[in-house]
Design a protein around this ligand. Structure first.
Ligand SMILES: Nc1ncnc2c1ncn2[C@@H]1O[C@H](COP(=O)(O)OP(=O)(O)OP(=O)(O)O)[C@@H](O)[C@H]1O
Ligand SMILES: [Mg+2]
Length: 299
């Protein structure tokens, strides 16, 4: 069975793409067959995996084009196996797993986004219904990197997913972004008349500060995550330059630093995500507020 997971929040720049590529690589390093879907006009998930669509031939393989064709030309688009980019070389030193990406490009994905705006909501499940089902059985996991904002394209990603992970940074506005996203996930079932039922899998803290340096803001944010129903993960991903550097190298951090703190944090986060997929919310371990909150020296 293929499991489809979207990484999403309404706020921009919090680390959705970094999460999608690192969790996807970790799964492939562990032997799973993984497809990353770059549903983003900025095309950063592809580029973080070393795929940049530049030539006309490349652009013919863009996911944006496949989406637009699915909406407008019933049945006549390229098969997805022809447009997926094979990235097995990234994980070739590990056993067994496969890594592929459906890559994006700005003009074609923006055109797809505009096409969805003018279509009824009933077309929103098209990525799941007409595209990803082609890969049923071929991949163990499909990870969808979504655009920020609750846009038509974002809704397409949520509707395609079995489960959605959100994330925040240690900054207040990012909490609201995750809460809005949670509401959007919960609305999908009604809006698609029960066809799509993504499950909200909670939010983790990305770019976290070390606990010894926590301010009142860090504590408040964790408390707001708990009380706001975001089910904060026990594992967070620290702010770490190795993550941003790796992103621009086209080889995610988890590949370059599997045994260093950033690689280990992604491994732990992945395990928590997989556990949450198989258990009811009531059984999820969630992050706890530390001690008495005495660590507020910055404020
Ligand atoms: N834990 C981290 N430590 C350090 N840098 C990080 C971390 N997470 C993400 N970054 C960096 O922050 C920037 C934004 O991250 P990313 O592109 O993953 O966010 P995004 O939510 O996908 O953004 P957008 O909304 O624009 O799609 C990138 O340069 C990325 O490398
Ligand atoms: Mg992104």
């Amino acid at each position: 069975m293929t499991r489809i997971l979207a990484i999403a929040t309404q706020k921009g720049g919090v680390g959705k793409t970094s999460t999608a590529v690192n969790l996807g690589c970790r799964l492939a390093m562990d032997g799973a067959n993984v497809l990353i879907v770059d549903l983003e006009p900025q095309a950063q998930a592809g580029s973080a995996l070393g795929v940049n669509l530049v030539s006309e031939d490349d652009i013919r393989r863009s996911l944006g084009l496949a989406l637009t064709d699915s909406l407008t030309k019933a049945g006549s688009r390229e098969s997805l196996s022809k447009i997926a980019f094979d990235r097995d070389e990234l994980v070739s030193e590990y056993e067994g797993g496969r890594l592929a990406v459906l890559a994006s490009e700005e003009s074609t994905m923006t055109a797809a986004q505009n096409a969805f705006v003018t279509r009824p909501y009933s077309d929103t499940p098209i990525l799941r219904r007409r595209l990803l089902h082609e890969f049923a059985g071929e991949f163990d996991y499909i990870l969808i990197d979504t655009p920020p904002a609750v846009s038509s394209l974002n809704a397409v990603g949520l509707a395609a997913a079995d489960a959605v992970i959100s994330l925040v940074n240690p900054e207040y506005p990012t909490i609201k972004g995750a809460m809005i996203l949670k509401e959007a996930v919960q609305a999908v079932e009604n809006l698609t008349a029960g066809e799509c039922k993504p499950r909200f899998l909670g939010a983790f803290m990305n770019r976290s500060n070390p606990e010894s340096a926590w301010t009142v803001e860090d504590l408040n944010i964790l408390e707001m995550m708990i009380t706001g129903g975001l089910y904060p993960y026990v594992t967070d991903i620290r702010r770490d330059r190795r993550i941003s550097r790796a992103y621009f190298d086209g080889r995610p951090a988890v590949l370059q630093h599997p045994n260093q703190s950033c690689g280990k944090q992604y491994t732990d986060l992945l395990q928590e995500v997989l556990d949450r997929m198989d258990t009811p919310e009531a059984a999820w371990p969630i992050a706890q507020l530390p001690g008495d909150g005495e660590d507020d020296s910055d404020d």
